[in-house]
Design a protein around this ligand. Sequence first.
Ligand code: R5P
Length: 229
Amino acid sequence: MKTTGGSDAAKRNAGESAADLVTDGMVVGLGTGSTAAHAIRAVGRAVDSGLDVRGVATSFASRELAREAGIPLSDLDEVNGIDLAIDGADQIADGDLVKGGGAAHAREKIVDVAADRFVVVADPSKEADRLDRAVPVEVLPAARETVAAAVRSAGGDPTLRSAERKDGPVVTDNGNLVLDCEFGPIDAPSALAATLSETPGVVEHGLFVGVADEVHVGTDDGVTVRELP
Ligand SMILES: O=C[C@H](O)[C@H](O)[C@H](O)COP(=O)(O)O
């Protein structure tokens, strides 16, 4: 699994702290990325020890990992709601997030928003005063140019994400493309999120505004838990 940012120990402390919130009978949203992976492995170990849960994966990668970890899985349309979702982030400011570094943000947003409680797991490198990371925007392939033009009109600079290990672009789990859109510091995340959501051809963007309930930031020595208003 691709890793970014801080140390693996910090990510593990965050992931394991969030996994401790999982209790018997829960349906758990399983996020994507190197930090959420630690939570998935910890839930898997708890399942091994007798915990009775079902997982809903947010990507092909998280489903594979959860299978390996022995977590029973269901699709989102087979469960009656999600009790808790645990997911990583590429950047966090004032509780708002940029996600989608692994191009999984469309399914992540469905699961994270559906959850009664959404816990973000991160290392300190993800924290910022203001969001300023490029915003990943998943687009229908046919809408790549029209969405890029709309992003430019909104003051952004879109770049088609290309794959590292094959010629050509990244194709998401949903068969779409990703435009990484630089907007510089984002002063009004809600307004930008609304603009992107309203653009025809946008499947989903990586701004998660006002969605998270709690942030677990791991360090090499421990974890800080912050509840969000
Ligand atoms: O598409 C990927 C996701 O939004 C990840 O949750 C995000 O990129 C954070 O991943 P990591 O924990 O590896 O930094």
